[in-house]
Design a protein around this ligand. Structure first.
Ligand SMILES: *[C@@H]1O[C@H](CO)[C@@H](O)[C@H](O)[C@H]1NC(C)=O
Ligand SMILES: *[C@@H]1O[C@H](CO)[C@@H](O)[C@H](O)[C@H]1NC(C)=O
Ligand SMILES: *[C@@H]1O[C@H](CO)[C@@H](O)[C@H](O)[C@H]1NC(C)=O
Ligand SMILES: *[C@@H]1O[C@H](CO)[C@@H](O)[C@H](O)[C@H]1NC(C)=O
Ligand SMILES: *[C@@H]1O[C@H](CO)[C@@H](O)[C@H](O)[C@H]1NC(C)=O
Ligand SMILES: *[C@@H]1O[C@H](CO)[C@@H](O)[C@H](O)[C@H]1NC(C)=O
Ligand SMILES: *[C@@H]1O[C@H](CO)[C@@H](O)[C@H](O)[C@H]1NC(C)=O
Ligand SMILES: *[C@@H]1O[C@H](CO)[C@@H](O)[C@H](O)[C@H]1NC(C)=O
Ligand SMILES: *[C@@H]1O[C@H](CO)[C@@H](O)[C@H](O)[C@H]1NC(C)=O
Ligand SMILES: *[C@@H]1O[C@H](CO)[C@@H](O)[C@H](O)[C@H]1NC(C)=O
Ligand SMILES: *[C@@H]1O[C@H](CO)[C@@H](O)[C@H](O)[C@H]1NC(C)=O
Ligand SMILES: *[C@@H]1O[C@H](CO)[C@@H](O)[C@H](O)[C@H]1NC(C)=O
Length: 586
């Protein structure tokens, strides 16, 4: 057991020595409480206060989460606390605009659209350590023993990456997930097998029938998802592996298991089933990263798929590493947030320059609600819709319930957020012979003429999206066009397209989320003109179209210079609560 001083001395040596070649990583350890703890922090990473960020950039989305500065990738640790506050942690490099130096950034929200930036929640323990992806749970029954005096203790379960290996660690929080204390006997799971550097992204749920915590964790290059069980979040037993299913690409990452309701043909809830998400990168069919999922039954030790079909969560290129919020009962729609980017180009997109503080990289999707639906021909499918989007609407810009073969044209230059939500329902369809016509939309810049566009053909069921006519970014992997095919369901009698456009990201939904797409795009001028055109409909059909301006959820909390400082009440920016990012010594 090292003494406090010898540990700090050893760390200082490592820090100076380890980073001598890289000025960006010059670091000093900050001792915050000389009695019990120390915080390793890069010299330019504040503890106890969030980093400030400029949220007034033309490419900065207003209803999507993005980090104040630096680089963000996977969502982590997502849980809803006892007050209904949602916690989002994320893979965060606070010291550069490219991936690396992983911390757990943190933000909270009551509506999942309006986020408050919080201080970084988990820091690495030394210069060669990365705090990689993981999850969080609320240990209401104190199974871990960390929380003798409370029912709202939070435990984070995550991967520590060092050059030699990846191991699973835990940390606990007495204050609803704002600060964490690392468990003194970490790691709780060490790698088995022959690839100790490839074992990561633990996601934990509670399985009530066996009173067990269940972890799914990736053995990325073995194409296995390990399923472990634990009575107390500390002692873990391997139960089974989900092996070599679906698309493998070159790695499995970020497995996620959740129970959710199945909607019957008449819209009622019949039962619930489990969904296992697996993120694949690199080597996805469209290049880079995607997420696939499997629907099945879980009995506490073993996940069995309903069928042998591989399905994808999204049909464009920017939807990865999604995680289900912990704390939502399996009888209710589940909620994910996904990373809206792709490893093929994420480090070079034009939302940031070279210098830290000049912009940011990566955004998250809006919260997606999910349930399962047995779709004709497609089978049991994960439905994915923007959750409670009306809660972030500022005003209605257009509403026409009988557009027919018509056009909606809107100049939305005066919408402060630059963010819109639209819905277009083709109704009055009487059968397969009535599926005529097209519905197209374009969002363009009146200054440069740049645009993004999309649409659907009723006869084929195809839906498409084109981000090619934007000039702010060019890259061989930044593919222009995406499409998917839906299937008309006679019982519904409608064909529906909806979407959210938010400065540099669009999310598109067909038939209430039977198909969905997420795509980032980078115009040189803000988009400010919307056109939606319906034509060639069958005489019995018409279109119902609504367009809404969304709130500027970030600018609403910015100062005159567009700067958002976040929750600065917790500390003074250099030292703070002794538990922040602390390694506790006993
Ligand atoms: C809920 O809010 C109350 C009052 O702000 C606070 O004391 C309590 O710790 C919060 N609980 C959780 C679980 O966030
Ligand atoms: C729980 O409360 C007891 C009695 O007040 C106190 O001695 C102990 O330190 C508390 N434990 C924790 C983990 O806060
Ligand atoms: C992982 O690597 C670290 C650093 O070399 C080492 O201290 C630790 O024992 C290793 N853990 C396992 C489980 O191999
Ligand atoms: C799962 O796969 C890993 C990696 O191949 C292996 O080390 C482990 O023993 C397997 N676990 C089970 C329960 O089969
Ligand atoms: C907590 O204990 C109650 C009562 O035994 C049980 O119903 C519930 O599933 C447990 N939940 C967790 C997360 O431990
Ligand atoms: C779960 O299913 C597997 C495979 O059928 C079986 O081996 C195992 O015993 C089952 N576990 C429980 C708890 O029922
Ligand atoms: C419109 O749909 C009906 C069936 O609902 C079909 O008989 C008719 O041919 C369609 N009209 C055209 C112009 O396609
Ligand atoms: C909608 O876009 C498609 C694809 O570009 C095109 O074929 C179709 O004619 C367009 N429809 C209208 C009404 O402009
Ligand atoms: C829409 O256009 C089609 C083809 O031009 C036509 O048959 C249909 O009657 C029109 N619908 C309405 C409501 O005008
Ligand atoms: C489109 O249809 C959905 C039901 O599927 C409905 O909730 C929504 O209000 C409709 N939107 C418009 C603009 O008519
Ligand atoms: C805004 O920026 C100006 C110019 O840099 C500066 O003088 C002013 O203090 C800033 N205002 C705030 C609220 O930070
Ligand atoms: C700010 O952080 C403190 C913990 O340091 C927390 O108790 C408080 O609820 C947070 N306030 C907001 C608005 O997020």
């Amino acid at each position: 057991m090292p003494s406090y001083l010898s540990l700090v001395t050893a760390l200082s040596f490592l820090l100076v020595f380890g980073n001598a070649q890289d000025p960006a990583l010059q670091a000093t350890p900050i001792a915050t409480n000389t009695a019990i703890s120390t915080t390793y922090s890069q010299s330019n990473v504040p503890t106890g206060t969030p980093l400030p960020g400029n949220y007034d950039d033309p490419l900065r989305p207003q209803v999507h989460f993005s980090p104040p500065r630096g680089f963000m990738n996977d969502p982590n640790g997502m849980f809803v606390d006892g007050n209904g506050t949602y916690h989002l942690y994320y893979q965060y490099n606070p010291t550069a605009n490219v991936a690396g130096n992983q911390h757990w950034g943190h933000a909270t929200s009551d509506d999942l659209y309006t986020w408050t930036n919080q201080p970084i929640a988990i820091f690495p323990g030394g210069p060669t350590e990365g705090v990689f992806s993981g999850s969080a749970v609320v240990d209401v029954n104190n199974t871990s023993g960390f929380f003798p005096n409370q029912t709202d203790g939070v435990v984070a379960i995550y991967t520590i990456n060092v050059p030699e290996n990846q191991t699973q660690h835990i940390a606990y929080s007495y204050d609803n997930g704002f600060s964490f204390i690392k468990y003194e006997k970490n790691p709780v799971i060490s790698p088995g097998g022959t690839n100790p550097t490839q074992f990561r992204d633990p996601k934990v749920i509670y399985y009530a029938p066996t009173k067990s915590w269940i972890m799914v964790v990736a053995y990325p290059i073995d194409f296995q998802v390990g399923i472990f069980s634990s009575p107390n979040l500390i002692d873990w037993t391997p139960e089974s592996n989900f092996t070599h299913h679906g698309l493998t690409g070159l790695q499995y990452e970020c497995p996620n298991l959740a129970e959710m309701p199945v909607e019957g043909g008449s819209g009622q809830i019949n039962e619930s089933l489990y969904v296992l998400l697996i993120s694949v990168n690199p080597g996805a069919p469209l290049g880079g990263s995607i997420t696939e999922y499997f629907v099945g039954q879980f009995n506490g030790t073993y996940f069995e798929t309903l069928d042998s079909t591989t399905r994808l969560t999204d049909f464009a290129k920017d939807h990865y590493a999604g995680q289900f919020f912990y704390g939502i009962p399996g009888s209710e729609d589940q909620i994910t947030i996904n990373w809206a980017s792709n490893w093929q180009y994420t480090n070079v997109v034009p939302t940031a320059g070279d210098v830290l503080g000049d912009g940011f990289r990566s955004v998250m999707t809006v919260p997606r609600g999910h349930y399962l639906k047995d779709l004709p021909r497609f089978g049991m499918s994960l439905i994915s819709y923007p959750r409670d989007i009306m809660s972030i609407v500022e005003s209605e810009l257009a509403m026409n319930h009988s557009l027919g073969n018509g056009t909606v044209f809107l100049d939305y230059s005066n919408v402060q957020s630059g963010a819109l939500y639209f819905e277009a329902n083709i109704t009055g369809l009487t059968g397969p012979e009535s599926l005529d016509g097209t519905l197209n939309f374009t969002f363009s810049s009146s200054v440069s003429g740049e645009s993004i566009s999309g649409g659907t053909f009723l006869s084929s069921g195809d839906v498409w999206l084109d981000r090619g006519h934007t000039d702010g970014f060019s890259n061989p992997y930044f593919t222009d066009k995406f499409s998917a095919t839906g299937l008309y369901n006679e019982a519904v009698g409608a064909w529906k397209v909806s979407g959210i456009v938010d400065r540099s990201v669009i999310e598109l939904f067909l038939n209430g989320g039977e198909k969905s797409a997420t795509s980032v795009f980078f115009p040189t001028q803000p988009l400010n003109i919307m056109m939606l055109k319906v034509s060639g409909l069958n005489a019995t059909a018409t279109a119902s179209v609504g367009v809404w301006a969304l709130k500027a959820a970030w600018l609403d909390q910015a100062d005159v210079n567009g700067t958002v400082v976040g929750n600065v009440t917790g500390g003074n920016g250099t030292t703070n609560a002794p538990t922040l990012g602390a390694v506790r010594l006993f």
